[in-house]
Design a protein around this ligand. Structure first.
Ligand SMILES: Nc1ncnc2c1ncn2[C@@H]1O[C@H](COP(=O)(O)OP(=O)(O)OP(=O)(O)O)[C@@H](O)[C@H]1O
Length: 938
């Protein structure tokens, strides 16, 4: 991850802002080995309130000691989901990058924040937490988790932070906090690990320093009842443990307010009233008048601790000595009794703090078993070198050695992996591997911690000097270990007889061996406490004498080992915090102090490792995209593979072989100056192109304006013609109206197309404009004709006959006979007449077989219906009907009433119900329809 694409992206960002204030990535410093250049860049930026600078993906932060307007919600949104390169270096960029990679690759991350006291570690970790709280997706349910994550801070700070000379809110413990995210990237839980709380502060504070905040908060803000329960007075001056530093009141701290925040946090973090009994352990109000104050204090303490007076008394004033198989009690002198008392106080505080962390963890725990990814925030003390360095500094510095090793391993590993992946010839990076120092401290049996364990746990009197002698004997020949006895003439003077010196990766530190052999407190007393929390903290099983107890150093070593294991399985991000001055003053850049920190934080080393190979690396596609304008062959488009395009490009620019290497997917540039020269050329080209673009734009704007004007003129002309056309629309076609008329015609025809009648009976027709009336009429006729033709074509032969008959009927009867109109719709039956005739088909045959020559005239054919009679002048119908034959068969043999033939005199009488049909058909048979006379009345 360290040298992956993000690095490249950061580089590009650095390039963009390169000339603004220094470089925003130290990797691009020309003289990367120069401490002065490093400081110069840092100072330049700091003075412009640019407190963040990268070394690759590592973020260097300098405490501004003033509120900067760079942590607003707007800023958070700005960095959210945006690549490094687009914005200046920031905590949020680191936080967002870890988050984004976690979400896309579904892996775990950690952000290591280190630096010396007051450098801004805690602020940084709080700001990152806030960033996640604001920018990550969440649900109403998850708000509780979010609040708990945020509120765990004030509680831990109350119990784990104190005012020191260097920082008014100094964390006196190391903290690793895992934030767990679900698959949607919502924070769903957390877990905190704490390291090495500074217990000694409970009983002793240096001048100008305080005990842990919680004590002052309780006295200042605690409710009256509560203080009474605890047998406390509000005045801190009454308590020797709280006023050794002579500064119970601190200007920058509002204890009363902080107490309220802590109380609120307790309720949200799920602390029950039972849990809070640590303050309320059945202390009965004591009448101050009855007891001497000192006795009253003892009385209250006994009740709070839930122990018996005689047991506590014995534990604080005697020591158990194992003599052969017996245990003998030996009385302690006053100093040792004070020491024992302090040891109990320290042990109680230390373990209660661990209990508190566990309690918070309980409330942050996510019970849902689906897989989570985590981002760990490690806020840990930086390398420490004080005037007198004790066991605590030893542990802190050992911790820093381990973390440095982790960083180097991870950085180098990633670097090597990238070279291998890219097929670049491997160039070993010379660096100091501090494993040798870690081994000196932690190796089993041979390391300093093992030797310390042995000394502390062996029977008999262990002294600081015997420990020192053991060290000289076992690790005396180690290159990184010195005592006064082992030192050369020159060094000897600077080392005391009770000191040993370690040559750490960050520098030499001399430790005082006094008090390293701490055998622990009088545990028995506390293991038997009646107070539930004290009992949770001091387990009876610890008293089992057969078990060799673990020393503090071993405990610390083990917890550190598991921390390293946790970190090794995650993707790293680093934030190195720097304190700019000792006075907590904004704008003051103390060169000397910062130089020290740059050294102790291993920044130059880190930069060297990062720069040992190549200063810049970039995917071919991205490199080509950025610089393609510098080579005619690649501008504006390169159509071949990107790698070949880059090769062509750098040849054109004139890169020398030693300046670069081409990997499988990336180009590697060795020196920043090469890159800067390319970047400068690019800037110039960009400038030229911008000027050209401006010119082009101006021309283009002219072209567009002219085009627009032309369009307007044309539009005016069209409108003018339209109006003129409208005015003259009724005139015959002339130049003034021709376009208008054509348009109207066109519009009418287009509309008519959609409204044309679809069948012969549809007589509708779209009303034409007056100038089109004539044409419209013609069209309508044509249309009707068309429809009729279409209709006729679609007729069946039967229907055609039927219609022909109807037409004949119309010719004969229309307007002459009532009932005709109604008959139109009634179809003629094909069979009717033959039906009438069918019984006489033999006689009818001659009718069909018309023979002009065989015609015999008779007078009339009389057609009768129920109401009328029709006379057909047979003489005129030249129809051959064999009346004689008919005559003999006048009766209807079937008895049908509808038709009857009869012969009266010379007339043939045909009786039928369907007069129109019968007459029509007879006429048609005779082909003489005009001879039918329709007579009204009789
Ligand atoms: N980014 C920042 N902006 C403004 N002030 C800051 C910033 N970082 C730190 N400070 C100031 O510096 C003080 C010390 O910072 P902080 O407590 O984070 O240091 P630390 O490195 O955690 O120290 P310690 O190791 O003692 O806990 C803060 O109380 C705050 O006043």
């Amino acid at each position: 991850c360290f040298v992956e694409d993000n690095t490249d992206i950061i580089m590009e960002g650095a390039l963009i802002a390169r000339d603004r204030v220094g470089v925003q990535d130290f990797v691009l410093l020309d003289s990367h080995t120069s401490e002065a250049a490093f400081l110069n860049n840092l100072r330049k930026r700091y003075q412009e309130n640019l407190i963040y600078t990268y070394i690759g993906t590592l973020l260097v932060s300098v405490n501004p000691y003033k509120e900067l307007d760079i942590y607003t919600v707007t800023q958070m949104q700005l960095y959210r989901g945006v690549n490094f390169f687009e914005l200046p270096p920031h905590l949020y960029a680191i936080a967002d990058n870890a988050y984004r990679v976690m979400c896309s690759e579904y892996n775990n991350h950690f952000i290591l924040i280190s630096g010396e006291s007051g450098a801004g570690k805690t602020e940084a970790s709080k700001k990152i937490l806030q960033y996640y709280a604001v920018t990550c997706p969440t649900t109403e349910q998850l708000q509780v988790v979010r609040d708990r994550l945020l509120l765990s801070n004030p509680v831990l700070e109350a119990f784990g932070n104190a005012k020191t000379l260097r920082n008014d809110n100094s964390s006196r413990f190391g903290k690793y906090m895992d934030i767990q995210f679900d698959f949607k990237g919502a924070p769903v839980g957390g877990h905190i690990l704490s390291y090495l709380i500074e217990k000694s502060r409970v009983v002793h504070q240096n001048h100008g320093e305080r005990n842990f905040h919680i004590f002052y908060q309780l006295l200042e803000g605690g409710e009256k009842d509560l203080l009474c329960w605890l047998g406390l007075e509000r005045n801190p001056q009454k308590y020797a443990y709280l006023i050794q530093g002579r500064c119970a009141k601190v200007f920058s701290i509002n204890d009363k307010n902080d107490w309220k925040i802590v109380r609120k946090a307790f309720s949200i973090i799920d602390f029950t009233e039972k849990d809070l009994e640590v303050w309320k352990s059945k202390v009965h109000p004591v009448d101050g008048n009855l007891l001497l104050p000192i006795l009253r204090a003892v009385f209250v303490s006994l009740q709070l601790l839930g122990v018996h007076l005689s047991i506590l008394q014995e534990a604080l004033t005697h020591r158990k000595i194992e003599a052969r198989s017996e245990e003998v009690l030996s009385p302690l002198n006053v100093d040792l009794a004070f020491y024992a008392r302090d040891a109990v106080a320290k042990a109680i505080y230390g373990r209660t703090f661990t209990w508190l962390v566990n309690k918070i963890n309980g409330s942050l725990a996510n019970k849902d078993s689906t897989r989570k990814t985590v981002i760990g925030l490690l806020d840990i003390y930086g390398f420490e070198v004080l005037d007198t360095n004790s066991f605590e500094q030893f542990c802190i510095n050992y911790c820093n050695e381990k973390l440095q090793q982790l960083l180097i391993e991870m950085t180098l590993k990633a670097e090597q992996e990238e070279y291998e992946m890219e097929g670049i010839e491997w160039e070993p990076i010379p660096y100091f591997n501090n494993k040798i120092i870690c081994d000196l401290v932690e190796q089993k049996h041979k390391g300093i911690i093992s030797i310390l364990d042995e000394e502390c746990l062996r029977p008999g009197e262990a002294t600081d000097l015997s420990f020192l002698e053991k060290l000289e004997e076992k690790v005396g020949d180690h290159a990184h270990f010195v005592t006064r006895k082992l030192a050369d003439q020159k060094t000897r003077k600077s080392i005391d007889w009770v000191d040993f010196r370690l040559l750490h990766y960050a520098g030499e530190v001399t430790y005082c061996a006094v008090g390293e052999c701490d055998r622990g407190a009088a545990l028995e007393v506390l293991c038997n406490s009646k107070n539930g929390i004290i009992r949770d903290c001091f387990l009876l099983s610890e008293l089992d004498s057969r078990r060799r107890p673990e020393t503090v150093a071993t405990q610390f070593k083990n917890s550190l080992m598991s921390l390293i294991e946790i970190l090794m399985s995650k993707e790293p991000s680093y934030i190195r915090c720097i304190k700019p001055n000792e006075n907590k003053e904004p704008g003051m850049f103390d060169d000397c102090l910062i130089r020290h920190q740059v050294k102790y934080l291993g920044l130059m080393e880190h930069l060297r490792v990062r720069r040992a190979g190549f200063a810049y690396r970039r995917k071919y596609e991205h490199f080509l995209q950025r610089y393609k304008s510098l080579c005619p062959a690649t501008w504006p488009h390169w159509h071949g593979p990107a790698a070949e395009g880059v090769e062509r490009l750098i040849k054109h620019i004139g890169y020398k072989p030693e300046e670069y290497k081409l990997g499988r997917t990336k180009i590697f540039i060795r020196f920043p100056k090469t890159l800067f020269a390319t970047e400068d050329a690019f800037e110039i080209r960009k400038h030229i192109m911008t000027l050209a673009a401006i010119k082009l734009e101006a021309c283009w704007r002219g072209v567009l304006a002219r085009k627009e004007a032309k369009k307007r003129t044309w539009a005016v002309e069209i409108i003018r013609k339209f109006i003129k056309g409208f005015i003259n629309r009724k005139k015959p076609l002339c130049p003034e109206n021709i376009e208008f008329v054509r348009l109207v015609q066109y519009k009418y025809l287009m509309k008519l197309r959609d409204h044309i009648p679809r069948n012969v009976l549809d007589k509708s027709w779209l009303q034409p404009p007056s100038i089109l009336e004539e044409i419209s009429e013609m069209l309508q006729k044509m249309c009707t004709r068309n429809l009729v033709r279409k209709y006729c074509r679609g007729l069946t032969p039967e229907r055609k006959v039927q219609l022909q008959q109807k037409a004949v009927t119309s010719a004969i009867f229309r307007g002459k006979k009532e009932g005709y109109q109604q008959s139109i719709n009634l179809p003629f039956a094909d069979t009717r007449l033959s039906e009438y005739m069918s019984p006489y088909s033999q006689y009818a045959t001659p009718v069909v077989k018309y023979d002009r020559n065989g015609f015999k005239a008779r007078e009339r054919l009389l057609v009768l219906t129920q109401s009328s009679a029709y006379v057909v002048e047979m003489a005129k119908i030249k129809q051959k009907i064999d009346y004689a034959t008919l005559k003999g068969n006048s009766a209807n043999p079937s008895g049908a009433a509808s038709v009857a033939w009869s012969v009266q005199g010379g007339d043939v009488i045909l009786q039928c119900e369907h007069i129109f049909e019968t007459v029509t058909k007879l006429c048609m048979l005779a082909n003489k329809q005009n001879l039918v006379k329709v007579v009204k009345g009789r």
